[in-house]
Every structure is written in C-alpha cells, then in structure tokens.
Design a protein around this ligand. Structure first.
Ligand SMILES: Nc1ncnc2c1ncn2[C@@H]1O[C@H](COP(=O)(O)OP(=O)(O)O)[C@@H](O)[C@H]1O
Ligand SMILES: [Mg+2]
Ligand SMILES: [Zn+2]
Length: 256
C-alpha cells in the first residue's frame, strides 16, 4: 500500500519539527491525516459500485429539461450543504427520499465519503443486509461480523443505512430499526438514510394505479419501519426529496 512508504517530510515518525519564535516543537505531519482517511475509507464498507460516487460525477439533466435540471440541482445542493455544515448537533442526520434510480445511494455515499475525509468514521450498511446479519447473529455459530452487526450499527460514528424500509415489516424488524434509530437520535449520532418508500409528509403519493382497474397500495415508510422510528428520523434529519427524474440508467442510455 502507498501509505506504507516512508513519508519524506517526517521520515515516518509522524511528526515534523517546527520553529516558532525561536522555540522548536513537534507537530503532527500531514501524512498522518492522509493515512487515517485512507484507512477510514477502506473500513467504511461502501460497496464497490459506489466507491467512486462523488458530487463531481453526479450528473444533472441538461438544459433541454429545465425543471428536472433545477430540481435535481436543488437536491444536490441540499446534500452538499449538509456536508458543509456537518456535524450540526441539532440535525445530525440526512434522509433522501425518492424513486429508484434517482441517485439517492450515489448522493448518500458521496456525502459519506466527504464526511470521512473530514476525519469522521463512516459505515455503510444496506438495510436488508443489516437486518439479515443481525438475525443470523443470534445463532452462536454465526460469524463474528453477524454477531457484531447490531452493535456496530449503534456504535458507528456516522452510519449510512441504504434502502430503509426495503424488508418485510414484522414486529421484530420494527423493534430493531426503532432501537437503532432511537439510540442514534437520542445520542445525536449522525445517520444518513435513503428510502424509496412513499412518505406523505415528504409529498409522495401513497396510492398508485397499476394496470387498468386495480388500485395498488404502496406501503409507506411509517408502515415499513414503524411510526415511532419514522418520526424520530424526521426529527433528526435534513429531509431531501428527490425529484421525479427518469431512472439514471435509462437517462444515460438515451444520452450516449
Ligand atoms: N445523477 C447521476 N449522475 C451520475 N450517476 C448517477 C446519477 N444518478 C444515479 N447514478 C448512478 O446510477 C446508478 C443508480 O443510482 P442509485 O444512486 O443507486 O439510485 P437509487 O439509490 O436512487 O436507486 C448508480 O450507479 C449511480 O452511481
Ligand atoms: Mg439506492
Ligand atoms: Zn509524514
């Protein structure tokens, strides 16, 4: 690894000697921070597909689609501002709500990566995988990652929970999610979350027509994770509603 190479500035000691007003003293070398950021990025468990997601490679629609362009730019700006002001003690969380393919995970990861660059410890968890791990962890023969999953979701300095609500809602799921969110909210521990569950307060339609005469009822965020968890989430988070833009993968296919 690159950071195993001996730093020429401090010759690997991690300190440089600086003279100020005739007095010399040791100060931490920049290479410490760099090594730390790399280690933190490595440990964040961000999935490979999103490892390079950033604000810079987040594409907004062109001028031929002014309203989508404006709305997605506004969402991007809100996330950037959240990172700029991080960590806001009153509202340490970020919640991205919107349809599949609108770039929620991309933006949430971009935010997490910048927060890690600021020196915080960030941890990515897919909601469904986290619940599966916690469940598997009850079994004593399970691996240690599963047994520690619940604790690490509580302890992570900054947690990204991706695709919140995308799991069969049971009492156990509701209790588990509720305790993670409540703990993090009570302790003002930052939580970034994405969801494509409709939420009335965020302006999503709850009832969708599918087919000709069959009204389809999409479960809401509150129904999937429980009303208590939902209200704590809204209390601690800056809520960013993604506009109704076309799925990025479709959009990209059309453009190139
Ligand atoms: N505006 C965008 N600019 C660049 N890439 C994007 C954009 N929106 C989505 N993507 C990419 O498209 C894929 C799907 O986006 P994703 O963030 O997973 O959507 P969502 O989480 O809303 O379902 C990802 O590979 C993501 O990096
Ligand atoms: Mg996603
Ligand atoms: Zn150094």
């Amino acid at each position: 690894m690159a950071n195993d190479a001996v730093c020429p500035k401090c010759e690997g000691t991690g300190f440089i000697i600086i003279e100020r007003g005739g007095i010399s003293g040791a100060e931490p070398c920049d290479c410490r921070a760099q090594g730390r950021t790399e280690r933190l990025q490595d440990r964040s468990q961000i999935p490979p597909l999103y490892r390079n997601a950033s604000f810079d490679n987040f594409v907004v629609p062109g001028i031929e689609n002014p309203s989508a362009r404006r709305e997605l730019t506004t969402a991007l700006l809100a996330v950037k501002n959240f990172v700029r002001d991080f960590k806001d003690e009153k509202r340490p969380g970020l919640l991205l709500i919107g349809n599949t393919g609108t770039g929620k995970t991309h933006l949430a990861v971009a935010a997490l990566r910048q927060i890690i660059d600021k020196g915080f410890e960030g941890l990515f968890y897919n909601y469904q995988n986290l619940l599966n791990s916690i469940k598997a962890g009850y079994d004593a023969s399970s691996n240690s990652a599963n047994r520690e999953a619940y604790q690490s979701a509580l302890d992570a300095e900054v947690l990204l929970l991706d695709d919140l609500g995308a799991h069969r809602a049971t009492d156990w799921v509701e209790d588990t999610v509720n305790s993670i969110i409540t703990y993090r909210c009570d302790n003002r521990k930052p939580l970034l979350a994405t969801t494509n569950m409709p939420d009335a307060d965020a302006g999503s339609a709850v009832v969708h027509k599918s087919g000709l005469d069959k009204p389809e009822y999409r479960r809401t965020l509150a129904e999937q994770i429980g009303g208590r968890a939902r209200s704590r989430l809204f209390e601690m988070c800056t809520v960013v509603r993604m506009p109704l833009v076309e799925d990025y993968r479709v959009r990209k296919g059309k453009q190139f």
